[in-house]
Design a protein. Structure first.
Ligand code: S3P
Length: 169
């Protein structure tokens, strides 16, 4: 039988390098649900990578696009990975009410190692670890405010994270 049409999206949040996209895709697969990645849809809409949106148009334009796309995708069924900074938007935080919101917790050291030297993240150029320490300090209260569950992922690979999430819905 088809899933009830009103089932709200399952949302994955957390810092850059927390594993949102990898875990979200695996979780969607295990639950036989579509997977939606907000950053990817933003890039499709804008017709360019996020780093170029920041460089050409600035962060406020990116945040507007992010809020519009996130609010739109929250109405769909499936597993939805948000951008790491999505929780800084009041509109997005309010729209998360009523959803299963999974917070993938990570320490700055692990996040920095996972992000590596990938230059696709315009906020994480230069001192990656130092910037993550600062971003985590600012955002942890925001992730905590909207999450309905949290998982420490430092010691877990993505498959183990998904096993935990499926065990404890
Ligand atoms: C951002 C995180 C990125 C992306 C953009 C801004 C942030 O997503 O949305 O570069 O503010 O932390 P990831 O969390 O997938 O890296």
């Amino acid at each position: 039988a088809a899933a009830a049409p009103t089932t709200p999206a399952i949302v994955v949040i957390g810092a850059p390098g927390s594993g949102k996209s990898t875990v979200g895709a695996l979780l969607a697969d295990r639950l036989s649900l579509p997977f939606l990645d907000v950053d990817t849809v933003i890039e499709e809409r804008a017709g360019k990578p996020i780093a170029e949106i920041f460089a050409d148009d600035g962060e406020p334009v990116f945040r507007e696009l992010e809020a519009a796309v996130t609010l739109e995708l929250l109405d769909r069924q499936g597993v939805l990975s948000l951008g790491g900074g999505a929780v800084t938007s009041v509109r997005i935080r309010e729209a998360l009410a009523g959803h299963r919101v999974i917070w993938l917790r990570v320490t700055a050291g692990t996040a920095a190692r996972r992000v590596g030297l990938n230059t696709a993240r315009p906020l994480l150029l230069g001192n990656v670890h130092g910037t993550l320490v600062k971003l985590l300090a600012e955002r942890q209260p925001l992730y905590a405010a909207v999450a309905t569950e949290a998982l420490d992922t430092d010691e877990l690979d993505p498959a183990a994270v998904v096993d935990q999430l499926i065990k404890e819905p």
